[in-house]
Design a protein around this ligand. Structure first.
Ligand code: TYM
Length: 332
């Protein structure tokens, strides 16, 4: 089976609906046809200031949410990045074949460092996309299912794979991103021209998977739309309505056109209520399962350790090859 790899940072207490639709929902549907590896990328999470206890808890909670949302640890490998040393090892080698200018062009770094102030941003944040390339290349990944915001990073991974292969001989599979169409980017409910993001200033625009159902419904009913009354997909003129259409189409697995037809001649009130109902119907059981699974942290850690063992076998073999190719001393 072709290999897929993807990951999410444990940088908040809950996933949001953008992570769910952009990433997890895609992953769920790929578990049978692919050899799937899903990572909880805690090494990435420390590139910005973190609270140690909070990070450890967020890491386990994220693992629990993977399972609750439908990632099956029997079929898929799901593990914590820092438990497999190969990620950091390969990142170091890839750092050494990445140009400074090339890394400087990563738009997410520019955005994030601008928010923190360029001098406050860590070097880790700067090389973060290279660690991500290491994650992907370590496992001979063919497809990387992600949201639209990770596209540039996957392209860097492609470039680095090709560069390494041409300098040192065929070593890495050149990966491709797998990005959905209309649902590749979910926008903030209060500022529907900006991406929904864990670091948004206000909470009202973000639907967290672990929000109480009443809070989910309220946030969706209060989503910013426009003064018109047509439920029509038009990102330029109607960003708020378009975002809700994308969300509803992901929840129901239907096309946006069929939703436009369904809501023709009906107002925003009806439409928003249905979006809220659909999201609550999807998230309420996930939330309940998350709470159940959280009661047994030792079991979660056992599941993660089992997967990390498999990942580590793959990673160790790859690192040995890489070290050999670049002329480092043989792995012991
Ligand atoms: P992260 O943790 O920011 O986001 C996790 C996943 O959620 C997607 N996503 C969205 N999709 C649609 N709309 C949104 N508003 C939205 N916000 C986030 C992201 O595209 C991503 O798929 N660098 C990565 C983590 C990573 C990774 C990897 C991913 C590290 N190594 C290797 C793939 C392969 C990140 O910070 O994602």
């Amino acid at each position: 089976k072709p290999r897929i790899f993807s990951g999410i940072q444990p940088s908040a207490d809950s996933l949001h609906i953008g992570n769910y639709i952009g990433a997890i929902q895609q992953w769920k549907g790929m578990q049978d046809d692919f050899d799937a590896i899903f990572c909880i990328v805690d090494l990435h999470a420390i590139t910005v200031p973190q609270d140690p206890k909070g990070l450890r808890e967020a890491t386990r909670t994220l693992a629990v949410q993977y399972i609750a949302a439908g990632i099956d640890p029997e079929r898929s490998t799901m593990f914590v990045q820092s438990q497999v040393p190969g990620h950091a090892q390969l990142a170091w080698v890839l750092n050494s074949i990445t140009g400074f200018g090339e890394a400087s062009r990563m738009t997410q770094f520019k955005d994030k460092s601008a928010r923190q102030g360029a001098d406050a941003a860590s070097v880790g944040l700067f090389t973060y996309p290279i660690l991500m390339a290491a994650d992907i290349l370590l496992y001979d990944t063919e497809l990387v299912p992600v949201g639209d915001d990770q596209k540039q990073h996957v392209e860097l991974a492609r470039d680095l794979a090709q560069r390494f292969n041409s300098r040192f001989g065929d070593t890495f599979v050149v990966p491709k991103p797998r990005i959905q169409q209309e649902t590749a980017r979910i926008y903030d409910l209060q500022t529907p021209t900006g991406k929904m993001s864990k670091s948004a200033a206000t909470d009202a625009g973000i639907v967290w998977m672990l929000d109480e159902p009443t809070a989910v419904a309220k946030k969706i009913r209060s989503a910013v739309t426009d003064t018109g009354r047509e439920v029509r997909f038009d990102r330029g003129e109607k960003p708020g309505v378009s975002n809700l259409l994308a969300i509803l189409s992901a929840m129901r697995g239907t096309t946006i056109e069929s939703l436009e037809a369904e809501y023709e001649g009906r107002g925003y009130g009806d439409f928003k209520r249905d979006v809220a109902d659909a999201v609550v119907a999807e998230f309420a059981p996930i939330r309940e399962r998350t709470i159940e699974l959280q009661a047994d942290p030792a079991e979660v850690d056992r599941i993660l350790a089992r997967s990390a063992e498999r990942a580590n076998e793959l990673a160790t073999a790859k690192i040995a090859t890489v070290h050999e190719r670049v002329g480092l001393y043989p792995s012991l």
